[in-house]
Design a protein around this ligand. Structure first.
Ligand SMILES: Cc1cc2nc3c(=O)[nH]c(=O)nc-3n(C[C@H](O)[C@H](O)[C@H](O)COP(=O)(O)OP(=O)(O)OC[C@H]3O[C@@H](n4cnc5c(N)ncnc54)[C@H](O)[C@@H]3O)c2cc1C
Length: 320
């Protein structure tokens, strides 16, 4: 490591690697702190959320599609080609009150930096069931992103389930009605939390059916999902719902806990608050990119675009 880094990039998803490509090509010699591999696959890994998906069909430049891990391996290779340096550790805390900034890693190192790009993503929340993760990792019909996966051939004209009752769950369900034969919306209460407008879309749809007062006990199927084992939250009765896909839509958790006490402004949901049309945070010299600062679009291409913006913003900051 240099004595004081020009730019430290935290995160190795589409946003982090794109920042690295741009920063390295601008001769900033970036240091990428990519995160430590975790034993629980449901939390964000080096390579980011796309490591959890088999088919990526909507990333431009790959007309036949590409697997998430292959896409991320390509990002990394391109970042390394231009000289990005890699540190396989987590950042556990940040001190942005001094210049240079000081970052502490899980290995106990302190990294000093003139500028920092936070690209730590947001983890989709999962139910925490063993078979759910097994089928999600193996492309077995379990996903946490309808916009990403709903159009895949495997889901077309099939009965699907969405788990959740908030706005994003109903939005995912509504999106899936374009492709599915029917969409069951499994909710643990007897009314949705979502806005009235979103609820109306579901109630008006011929394809969507709310499944009230149910929690998911297990996901059934060997190589691909065949059904969901449900438990009634009122009677305790168990039942099986036969579906060919399950979309978990119970929210996302932005990876910002390591910023506690750093002074970085977060919004009400815990995402990093950005200045309009820029990657600048409330702290000069600290930039953010990708899902960690974007609760809305949450796509690989939008995260990569924000990574490009953050590197250009950091370069301008360092030049002034
Ligand atoms: C199941 C699933 C399927 C998807 N499919 C698609 C798809 O087909 N097409 C599409 O466009 N999008 C898809 N998405 C969405 C896409 O994965 C995300 O929008 C994208 O990965 C966001 O990129 P990011 O770089 O902002 O964050 P992430 O990809 O989440 O990467 C975050 C990175 O930060 C690192 N990190 C976190 N905390 C720390 C820390 N404290 N210290 C160091 N490193 C840290 C992690 O290791 C990781 O490398 C899918 C998402 C899911 C969950």
């Amino acid at each position: 490591m240099s004595e004081i880094e020009n730019v430290v990039i935290i995160g190795s998803g589409p946003a982090g690697w794109t920042s690295a490509i741009y920063a390295a090509r601008a001769d900033l010699n970036p240091l990428c702190v990519i995160g430590v591999p975790k034993s629980t696959p449901s939390i964000v890994l080096p390579g980011g959320q796309l490591m959890l998906t088999t088919e990526v069909e909507n990333y431009p430049g790959f007309p036949e599609g590409i697997t998430g891990p292959d896409l991320m391996a390509g990002f990394q290779k391109q970042a390394e080609r231009f000289g990005s340096r890699i540190l396989t550790q987590d950042v556990v805390s940040c001190d942005f009150s001094t210049k240079p900034f000081a970052l502490t890693t899980s290995g106990g190192e302190t990294i000093l930096a003139k500028s920092v790009i936070v690209a730590t993503g947001a983890t989709a929340n999962w139910l925490g069931l063993e078979n759910e993760m097994r089928l999600a990792m193996g492309g077995g019909g379990v996903s946490a992103c309808a916009v990403c996966d709903g159009a895949l051939p495997v889901y077309r004209d099939q009965p699907l389930a969405v788990v959740g009752g908030g706005d994003s769950a109903l939005e995912e369900a509504s999106y899936l009605t374009k492709f599915a034969s029917e969409v069951f919306v499994i909710h643990r209460r007897d009314e949705f939390r979502a806005s009235k407008a979103m609820q109306k879309r579901i109630f008006d749809s011929e394809k969507a059916t709310p499944v009230w007062n149910k929690t998911v006990l297990d996901v059934l199927g060997e190589d691909s999902i065949t059904g969901i084992l449900l438990k009634d939250t009122v009677t305790g009765e168990e039942s099986t719902l036969e579906v060919k896909g399950m979309f978990v839509a119970i929210g996302h958790t932005p990876a910002t806990s390591f910023l506690d006490g750093s002074g970085i402004e977060l919004d009400s949901k815990g995402y990093i608050a950005l200045h309009t049309r820029s990657s600048a945070t409330n702290i000069e010299g600290v930039f953010a990119a990708g899902d960690v600062a974007d609760a809305h679009y949450r796509q690989a291409i939008s995260a990569a675009g924000m990574g490009c913006m953050a590197a250009i913003d950091a370069e301008h900051y360092l030049a002034t």
